[in-house]
Ligand binder design. Sequence first.
Ligand code: ZN
Length: 134
Amino acid sequence: MRTEELLAHVATNLATSRQLCARAQRLFEASDWNIALARVLRRRHPPMSGGTDGVDGPLRDRIRALMDSGVLPRERATRLWIVRSPGGRGCIACRYNLRPGEMGYEVVLAETVTIQFHRHCYELWAAEVASRLP
Ligand SMILES: [Zn+2]
């Protein structure tokens, strides 16, 4: 291959490489935008409620595991507060944050510790507690 042909070949490859880099950058930016949009949409929609056991199955399993490990109480709540959430606090059952203004179910443990639930998560936990009572 002559020097001129080699230089032309390198120039073509360089131009193609630059185009591919620009395309990759656009895809990267579009991905960032898609991720940000997905996060916003996830925050806008409340947790599913009124679903079937199939939908709640993994959450029920997690609640049962938390009860078995002692993280969640196995007895009924003696103190329950239903409060408007300031947002940013996580539900102990599903680990998703409550949205600002969403009603949160706060259970006070041993007069000192407060754990927070979404309404639906609280109802699943309360049902599990009730099912285990003798
Ligand atoms: Zn929850």
